[in-house]
Design a protein around this ligand. Structure first.
Ligand SMILES: C[S@@+](CC[C@H](N)C(=O)[O-])C[C@H]1O[C@@H](n2cnc3c(N)ncnc32)[C@H](O)[C@@H]1O
Length: 415
């Protein structure tokens, strides 16, 4: 099966790395993801284990679609009864640059009816698929936009489009530990990419001084212990008419093996030194619940603390952090003052490796340290940069000491 493990902006390299680590050799690494040729058992393994990829899509065909009629005809020619019957539900999701749009690559001129927008394209695609299925079964499947059994993805690139089926259902970043109260969390797949990029190997302490709901720490520990993020969730492919039973069995095997591994890995990881701090009581409460739900309560400590008064962590500490951007949490001015104070504090640290997410144009100037590397990503609609900085002597040959929980309570404003 030819599959695309889709990647959010800036993360395709991480997806390729995780595929190789899982023993899945990429056919190609593209900006939108990693192409793979997998057996069903490998695809089930990938679904349960991928942590940076956003979806796993089964590529059906690359079609011609210079206008709406050609689009309908091309889709009608695909053999939909292989994938769907009249008793399962369907959704079509269209994206990408429509033919003739300013973003589209130059293509064939057409005088046929235009594909006006993605909603129109989805309706035409649904008609083509349902008409084909009605010829076969005498009835058409129902559309369910909220929880479809089979989702068809159509990605336009001008007068051509890629047609694919989504094996996941809910995107892969939905691991099952998130609680609704989390405010401005970083998406799990990005947190996983940041954790992998940091190279934290459990040998030294890991600190998140503005931890919010704890996503970065949870993803870093899951990654370090090779705990599969999808071991406790379902996937849409289990509900497909012809392939569901096989995939259900393969996924059950993969989930069960991953759960056995997770239990053993957590039990054997007693020595880890991982601490999250936040000055907000609600955030600390949420982080503790999420850490618990992720099965990592014995490995990650979460306490109240003010990052502006952070004690110097031991040399060899890796800090992963995602301060407020100003768009969603505190007002811009307060955040710039926070970046300045954090920069001054961190500049006094010895042997500390920092990976910090910056989503504010004033961040670098206020923080005042020069990044060794920067990587552009997106957290949902927000463009963010991941900055890597180091403080004091590096490398640290041996990590010394453990992280201490703050003794000084944050001010009453954050109660
Ligand atoms: C963008 S959120 C972090 C989101 C987190 N990465 C997650 O996934 O949930 C920023 C967090 O910084 C915390 N914060 C802001 N100023 C702080 C300070 N001086 N000390 C500690 N925490 C602070 C806020 O309470 C908020 O939870």
């Amino acid at each position: 099966m030819e599959l695309l493990a889709t990647a959010a902006t800036g993360t395709a390299g991480f997806v390729a790395t995780e595929c190789r680590r899982l023993g899945l050799q990429p056919l190609a690494v593209r900006s939108d993801g990693v192409l793979l040729d997998l057996e069903p058992a490998q695809a089930a393994h990938a679904l349960v284990h991928l942590r940076v990829a956003t979806r796993l899509l089964l590529l059906l065909d690359d079609i011609e679609c210079p206008d709406a009629d050609a689009f309908y005809e091309s889709l009608s020619r695909l053999f939909w009864p292989d994938w769907l019957d009249d008793r399962h539900t369907l959704a079509v999701r269209c994206s990408g640059a429509l033919p003739g749009s300013p973003e589209a690559p130059p293509g064939r001129r057409s005088h046929g009816p235009p594909i006006a927008n993605h909603v129109f394209a989805s309706q035409r695609a649904k008609d083509a698929i349902c008409d084909r299925l009605r010829q076969r079964y005498g009835a058409r499947p129902s559309v369910d936009l909220d929880d479809p059994d089979v989702t068809v993805h159509v990605r336009f690139a001008g007068d051509r489009a890629t047609v694919a089926l989504d094996l996941c259902g809910e995107p892969l970043h939905q691991r099952g530990y998130r609680v609704a109260e989390a405010e401005a969390p970083i998406k799990e797949h990005l947190a996983a990419a940041i954790a992998i990029g940091s190279g934290w190997d459990g040998g030294g302490p890991l600190l998140e001084p503005l931890c919010g709901s704890g996503t970065l720490l949870i993803e870093a520990v899951l990654n370090h212990l090779s705990i599969a993020p999808g071991r406790r969730r379902d996937f849409a492919v289990e509900r497909w008419p012809w392939h569901g039973p096989l995939f259900g069995k393969l996924l059950d095997e993969a989930r069960e093996a991953a759960q056995v591994h997770a239990t053993a890995a957590v039990a054997g990881a007693g020595g880890l030194d991982v601490l999250g701090l936040d000055f907000d009581r609600g955030a600390v409460r949420t982080a503790k619940i999420q850490v618990q739900r992720a099965g990592l309560a014995d490995l990650i400590r979460v306490e109240r603390g003010d990052a502006r008064r952070l004690e110097a962590p031991p040399p060899g500490t890796v800090i992963l952090t995602n301060p407020p951007y100003g768009v969603r949490l505190l007002a811009g001015g307060d955040n710039v003052a926070l970046y300045r104070e954090l920069g001054q504090r961190f500049a006094t640290f010895e042997g500390v490796d920092l990976h910090i997410v910056d989503g504010h144009e004033a961040f670098l100037g206020a923080f005042g340290a020069t990044p060794l590397e920067s990587l552009t990503m997106r957290n949902g609609a927000l463009p963010i940069s991941l900055r890597h900085m180091r403080f004091g002597q590096w490398p640290v040959t041996q990590a010394t000491g453990r992280l201490r929980t703050p003794t000084e309570a944050p001010g009453p404003a954050q109660d």
